[in-house]
Design a binder for this molecule. Structure first.
Ligand SMILES: NC(=O)C1=CN([C@@H]2O[C@H](COP(=O)(O)OP(=O)(O)OC[C@H]3O[C@@H](n4cnc5c(N)ncnc54)[C@H](OP(=O)(O)O)[C@@H]3O)[C@@H](O)[C@H]2O)C=CC1
Ligand SMILES: CC(=O)C(=O)O
Ligand SMILES: [Mg+2]
Length: 614
């Protein structure tokens, strides 16, 4: 243990002072009002807790200085280090040991009381974006308290740090930008990506979530401002999946934006140019992928998030053989929706193969889900996947995907081009296909009209209706519409949360069909088993674990997902199933295999409780 004296010596040794300049500053007390203002600033802020200071007057401004930093946090620096700051919860002993006396008011309170106060303060904000900003500020100030709040109040705070509010935050990211979070890798960093990675302070990274900002939720191209998504997803990796915050790295690849509003916005934070495509794009991505592997090794998990589909499928198929990669929009969504459908079958009856699926939206989410459902059907019935696909139909912006369109279809749509006459609109497709399950993955808000839902309810006793698009504004329909238009018969879940709905004296609780159920536990399973590749069977394993967590009590409320309040337990089960599959497939590097993988997952999980400092 370091003695106080030793600590003080250490601190002095690592914190240099540019005191030499102070003489000149003191000698020249006259000068402009601005100079005097600067002087006052320096007087007020000098040597706070022994920290380095520079004379911040005009004469000094053109003199280059070295931005020294201390390495051992104590005193004032400790209070400003979000990873170690406990705020008012520092004990008397810690205050003595770490030079905090006088820097905090006398009271010492528990983390629970801090949490209570912050939740009360948060609830005072009526505007969701203000709550988002308050949470981001907390993350910057006191990381453990941030995660304690998020874990203990997950159902209340998920819509704040995640969809729908994170969508608005990304749209306004430039304006609300305070302190950078995550790593920005732009075309300017070409040939220097490895060096940029070295600038990140944490060395033992296990999970990267990366976006290029081109398809942020259903809001389109938000360029560099998409950073809110990796930041938010990684907060969930920690809160929901228990990955240590210091092992998480949010990355935004900035190759420009085609969003004219952003290009003309003076507060836009990204490169002011049109998106790079083709070779220029591929080269930066390749450099990123190889640098990440070089820096963090074979087992670094890279989650692709909110790329546009013209890049997403290609990146996934290019890197899935060489890297530990996972596309959340294609694969995570597939796993969560399959789980919801399998759970719903316990209410509706029948096997997967006995149902007929119709999707509105044939992009990453739509075709990703369709493919995993077909794979599961094929495993259950032993029919080839090609046959299983015939139970699944997709509609895109041009209408039903049919054989006659095959030449002009993007490659990921081609497997779904079945023999059928051309159909333009969703309603006609519903009337013709007569699906038992209708899934919205279009990003087109209100696309499930009253007629569409009524038609579903016409030939289904319990139509399964999933409106997956985010944020709430893009949801294909609201929970209230689904329940009302189906006369209380729909089994409904949505990508973004909706409040419970009263219909004819009954309360319906809509579930949230969101990949947030899967990716945190999925990632934990990969990390804890030391997996080196993602296999489709792991997605099925995760899906099964999630579906198994739905209880009769949940079903009674109309839920086909367990509540998020149990998410850590759910994530432990998902992680265990995924890890078990990794071991079974010979893809796990952490040997020997622990006997009880659920217990092992729970043990691996990060706890936000304050650590005691010596
Ligand atoms: N709940 C969850 O966990 C998740 C939800 N999502 C949400 O799903 C939505 C789509 O995401 P993703 O699949 O990645 O996006 P893509 O851009 O890959 O796909 C969108 C698809 O919707 C189609 N489409 C768009 N507008 C219409 C319309 N008016 N009528 C019919 N089809 C339309 C497009 O048609 P075309 O191909 O002809 O352009 C395309 O096939 C987003 O809102 C996203 O937030 C995504 C991932 C997870
Ligand atoms: C949830 C999610 O990943 C999306 O909407 O893109
Ligand atoms: Mg996404």
């Amino acid at each position: 243990m370091l003695s106080h004296n030793r600590l003080r010596v250490l601190r002095k040794a690592v914190i240099p002072c540019c005191v030499g300049r102070r003489k000149g500053f003191a000698a020249d007390r006259k000068g402009s009002a601005m100079e005097r203002e600067n002087e006052a600033y320096v007087d007020n802020h000098q040597v706070a807790n022994g920290a380095a200071f520079v004379v911040d007057n005009a004469a000094a401004l053109d003199q280059p200085i070295t931005p020294w930093m201390s390495m051992v946090a104590s005193g004032y620096t400790l209070l400003r280090d979000p990873h170690h700051n406990n705020g008012l919860a520092f004990t008397e002993k810690e205050r003595d040991a770490h030079y905090l006396r006088g820097l905090l008011p006398p009271v010492s309170i528990s983390q629970e009381l801090q949490e209570k106060k912050l939740m009360r303060n948060l609830r005072e904000y009526k505007v969701p974006l203000q709550r988002y900003m308050a949470m981001m500020d907390l993350q910057e100030r006191n990381e453990r308290l941030f995660y304690k709040l998020l874990i203990d109040n997950v159902e209340e705070l998920l819509p704040v740090v995640y969809t729908p509010t994170v969508g608005e935050a990304c749209q306004k990211y430039g304006s609300i930008f305070r302190r950078p979070r995550g790593l920005y890798i732009s075309l300017r960093e070409k040939n220097k990506v490895l060096e940029v990675l070295k600038n990140w302070p944490q060395k033992n990274i296990q999970v990267i979530v990366v976006t290029d900002g081109e398809r942020i939720l259903g809001l389109g191209d938000l360029g560099c401002q998409g950073m809110g998504i990796p930041v938010g997803k990684l907060a969930l990796y920690t809160a929901l999946g228990g990955i240590r915050p210091s092992a998480c790295l949010p990355v935004t690849i900035d190759v420009g934006t085609n969003n004219e509003n952003l290009l003309n916005d003076e507060f836009y934070i990204g490169l002011r140019r049109k998106r790079a495509t083709g070779q220029e794009y591929a080269e930066l991505l390749e450099e990123f992928m190889s640098s990440v592997k070089q820096k963090y090794g074979e087992r670094i998990l890279i989650q692709f998030e909110d790329f546009a589909n013209h890049n997403a499928f290609d990146l996934l198929s290019k890197y899935r053989e060489t890297h530990l990669v996972f596309n959340d929009d294609i694969q995570g969504t597939a796993s969560v929706v399959l789980a919801g459908v399998v759970a719903a079958l316990r209410l509706v009856g029948g096997t997967l193969a006995e149902h007929t699926f119709l999707f509105l939206g044939a992009g990453e989410a739509g075709t990703g889900i369709a493919e995993l459902i077909a794979l599961q059907m094929s495993k259950e019935t032993r029919i080839p996947v090609e046959e299983a696909r015939k139970k699944i139909w997709l509609v895109d912006s041009k209408g039903l995907i049919v054989r006659s369109r095959i030449q002009s279809l993007q490659h990921f749509k081609k497997p779904w081009a079945h023999e059928h006459e051309s159909i333009k609109g969703l309603l006609d497709a519903v009337k013709s296909i007569k699906p038992t399950v209708l899934i919205g993955s279009s990003g087109a808000g209100q696309a499930f009209t009253q007629e569409v839902i009524e038609t579903m309810a016409l030939f289904n006793e319990k139509p399964i209706i999933l409106a997956l698009s985010n944020p709430t504004s893009q949801s294909e329909c609201s929970a209230e519409q689904a329940y009302t238009w189906s006369k209380g018969r729909a089994i409904f879940a949505s990508g973004s949360p909706f409040d419970p709905v009263e219909y004819k004296g009954r309360t319906f609780v809509p579930g949230q069909a969101n990949n947030a159920y899967i990716f945190p536990g999925f990632g934990l399973g990969l990390v804890m088993s030391g997996a080196i590749r993602v296999h489709d069977d792991m997605l099925l394993a995760a899906s099964k674990a999630l579906a198994e967590q739905v209880t009769d009590e949940n079903f009674e409320k109309g839920l086909i997902y367990p509540p998020f309040s149990n998410i850590r337990k759910i994530s432990a089960h998902i992680a265990a199933n995924v890890a078990a599959k990794a071991y079974e497939l010979g893809l796990a590097g952490n040997l020997p295999r622990p006997d009880n993988l659920v217990k092992h997952a729970e043990k691996c999980m990060y706890s936000p409780i304050y650590r005691t400092y010596r």
